[in-house]
Design a protein around this ligand. Structure first.
Ligand SMILES: [Zn+2]
Ligand SMILES: [Zn+2]
Length: 417
């Protein structure tokens, strides 16, 4: 099954800034975009009509979305929070929903949750023209139009808001540069102490419950650390946690055997909703945890741009980030992934490639009724979700050309023919 990868690997938000023709428009700029020849108003949540010309001078976000797509529902939920926070501070901010809903009742049901304006569902022409104008190929998409015509139009509002939330305001090039600079500085100054402690707390927790031990963060300095973003309510976490526990024990055994002073530890960064869920989830884990509900949890998720859980971020002995892709590396290479460094991953990739040379091009696999073909990055491969273990894979895969079924080669259970 091809999917949008759940573990994102990109480091920068893709804010596309373009100095389009929009900047040169007169005061009727918004009217030409949002009104039609028979309509000079937008819908509002109260059911009343709002004149398009009332938006002149405001900072306007065009939200392209649809209720049938979970990512749109998620982003809309987040945008509502940001909208409400911003509207308290800057009344000149407005959002206009441009619907790709399948029918009027779907539109009405989705729009009922939104506190902002909308293009009437029936005005197909305007919606098509807007999608075309802003090259909307995927939803959700948030385009930000600045009242000041010298400002660029921000096309990548979704990435910007996912990453920076309300901090991204006022969504200008300058603000984006500022945020990137701050991120860079934070990354350069990143240490285990400043990631995991605050003035009131210099420890993390160790099991077992209920007599949870406090472990000073200073005792972790110099180790390779995995920050494990997870929660009990998260289904993929329920699949991944047992694997990670088994691999954690294997890595711990290897480093203690090596006896060269290296060590590995994992710290749970929980997004559980209450203390009881946190306690019950953590009680089954052999590693450490940030205490439930600490403000650092949100800060860490933002700092490492954690978009989905489970995520395993690996920090080197110097406290700097080695990879945010620990989960993938564990899935691909199990305990051999340790210490997760670039040089180790390159080595493993080469080994995998060598190994793949010796593997059959075609297999019959117990879990599927068609023949599977080996696919590589170059010929139909690339990131996929393994139908056997539900985890992400990359590079080599066994693939059914008829139905798109794909598995890791480690997950193939061959049928001898
Ligand atoms: Zn698999
Ligand atoms: Zn098939």
């Amino acid at each position: 099954m091809r999917t949008e990868t759940t573990t994102k690997t990109k480091d920068e938000p893709e804010a596309v800034l373009s100095n389009g023709h929009l900047g040169n428009m007169s005061s009727s700029r918004l009217s030409s975009l949002l009104a039609s020849k028979d309509r000079d108003f937008l819908l509002s949540p109260t059911g009343s009509q709002v004149k398009v010309c009332d938006l002149e001078g405001k900072l306007v976000g065009l939200l392209f979305g649809a209720n049938w797509y979970a990512a749109c529902r998620r982003f809309t939920g987040m945008l509502i929070g940001i909208y409400e926070e911003l509207r308290n501070k800057v009344p000149c901010f407005e959002v206009v929903y441009v619907s790709s809903d399948e029918n009027l009742s779907a539109f009405e049901a989705f729009y009922a949750h939104m506190p902002w304006l909308a293009i009437p569902f029936s005005d197909v022409d305007t919606k098509i023209a807007l999608n075309k104008k802003f090259d909307v190929e995927a939803i959700p998409r948030l385009v930000i139009l600045h009242p000041n015509k010298d400002e660029a139009t921000v096309n990548g509002g979704v990435e910007l808001l996912n990453r920076y939330g309300v901090l991204a305001y006022p969504f200008t090039n300058e603000r984006l540069e500022e945020l990137k600079k701050e991120d860079k500085e934070r990354q350069e100054n990143q240490t285990l102490m400043n990631l995991l402690t605050n003035p009131e707390r210099d420890y993390v927790l160790a099991p077992p419950q209920p007599d949870t031990k406090q472990v000073p963060v200073s005792s972790l300095v110099g180790k390779t650390i995995g920050l494990y973003f997870a929660a009990q309510w998260c289904l993929p976490c329920q699949n991944f946690t047992p694997k990670l526990i088994s691999i954690y024990h294997k890595i711990k055994a290897t480093v203690s055997e090596a006896g060269n002073g290296e060590d590995f530890e994992i710290v749970l960064v929980s997004s559980d909703r209450d203390q009881a869920c946190f306690d019950s989830y953590f009680s089954g884990m052999p590693w450490l945890a940030l205490p439930f509900g600490e403000p650092e949890i949100r800060e860490l998720a933002r700092h490492f741009d954690v978009q989905a859980i489970p995520t395993l971020v690996i920090l080197g002995p110097n406290g700097k980030t080695i990879t945010r892709n620990g989960r993938n590396l564990i899935n691909l290479y199990q305990e051999n992934a340790y210490p997760f460094t670039n040089s180790k991953v390159e080595l493993l990739e080469k080994q995998l490639e060598e190994e793949a040379k010796g593997l059959p091009r075609l297999v019959f696999h117990e879990g599927h009724h068609h023949r599977l073909n080996m696919a590589s990055d170059g010929n139909g491969g690339g990131p996929f979700i393994c139908s056997e273990c539900d985890e992400q894979g990359s590079n080599w895969a066994y693939q059914c050309l008829e139905c798109g079924y794909e598995v890791h080669h480690k997950c193939v259970r061959p049928i001898s023919t």
